[in-house]
Write a protein that binds this ligand. Structure first.
Ligand code: OFO
Length: 183
């Protein structure tokens, strides 16, 4: 017997569902982009950065799944996004982390837009759910900014790049344990 489309009433609006599916696509493309960066770092010899980025790619998939489950549980339909346009090559390790910082700022703006939308239409349930992402973005931006700062603080000459690669792994651990300091 064919399954019928479930049409039970729900509080999630179609517009909110579309915005959440847009965010699902963004998290999925973060996961794919970080996986590609991890591969470039690994084959270039930046093994610690590669390890950091493999873990980060998994985290992004976790973010995507969190949204996936929320949308379906709220009576919507989570859509597996198409992922295209992945960049495979970088000119330097610095370019990798500058790209991450720009990307994370775009993700923060996107989350803020959805939170603002939920506030306007008084969807406090989704707004409350998104608070986790608001806090997560604060951490993600801090990690990316600290990573970019390492290039100026340490310098890239001599053993500089080797030291930066080493520091990047501990940076992720420090921010997650709350030891990286605040702006
Ligand atoms: Fe999912 O936070 Fe980064 O992109």
């Amino acid at each position: 017997m064919e399954r019928q489309q479930v049409t039970a009433k729900r509080s999630l609006t179609q517009e909110t569902e579309d915005l959440l599916n847009r965010q699902i696509a963004m998290e999925a493309s973060s996961s794919a982009a970080y996986l590609s960066m991890a591969s470039w770092c690994e084959m270039t010899g930046y093994e610690n950065s590669a390890q950091f980025l493999y873990m980060h790619s998994d985290e992004e998939r976790g973010h995507m799944l969190k949204l996936f489950h929320y949308v379906n549980e709220a009576g919507g339909h989570s859509l597996q996004p198409e992922i295209t346009g992945i960049k495979h090559n970088y000119s330097s390790l610095r370019e990798v982390f500058e790209t991450i910082l720009q990307h994370e700022i775009a993700v923060t703006n996107s989350i803020n837009e959805i939170v603002n939308h939920c506030y306007q239409i008084k969807d406090f349930t989704t707004m409350n759910f998104l608070n986790w992402f608001v806090e997560e973005q604060r951490e993600e931006e801090t990690i990316a900014r600290r990573a970019v700062e390492l290039f100026d603080l340490i310098g890239e000459d001599g053993v500089g790049l080797w030291t930066i690669d080493k520091e990047i792994l501990s940076l992720g651990e420090a921010v997650h344990s709350g030891d990286a300091g605040e702006d």
